[in-house]
Design a protein around this ligand. Structure first.
Ligand code: CU
Length: 116
């Protein structure tokens, strides 16, 4: 249990540094993609996005029957709380082709952005 608390604290510190990114003057056009948290997990679990374009991932938790009350990503390091029925925007820089995995804090419920 202590170990889990320690891991959470470390992730929160990483999240704090992530949100401190300054806004840029000339914004490249961003792409918005949507995912819900339901009793089945992240829906859809695979989300296609375009490479080279900033991403806004909009996550809405629609159930209390889930342990995914926050969304955690390792790279870039984020940990964002998901209040019930409130869309939460997660802004990500433009990515290279590949996959960006995200999960609940316990890493049991997972999804990914598929960058092409
Ligand atoms: Cu979990």
């Amino acid at each position: 249990m202590k170990r889990i608390l320690f891991a959470c604290t470390a992730v929160l510190i990483a999240a704090a540094s992530f949100t401190a990114t300054p806004a840029r003057a000339a914004k490249p056009k961003e792409q918005r993609v949507f995912v819900s948290v339901t009793a089945k997990g992240f829906e859809p679990a695979n989300i296609p996005v375009k490479a080279g374009k900033p991403i806004v991932l909009v996550v809405t938790r629609k159930t209390d029957r889930t342990c995914a009350t926050e969304v955690v990503m390792k790279s870039p390091a984020i940990n964002v709380p998901l209040p019930l029925n409130k869309p939460v925007e997660i802004k990500l820089a433009a990515q290279k082709p590949g996959t960006l995995r995200f999960a609940c804090a316990m890493d049991m419920i997972t999804g990914q952005l598929v960058v092409n």
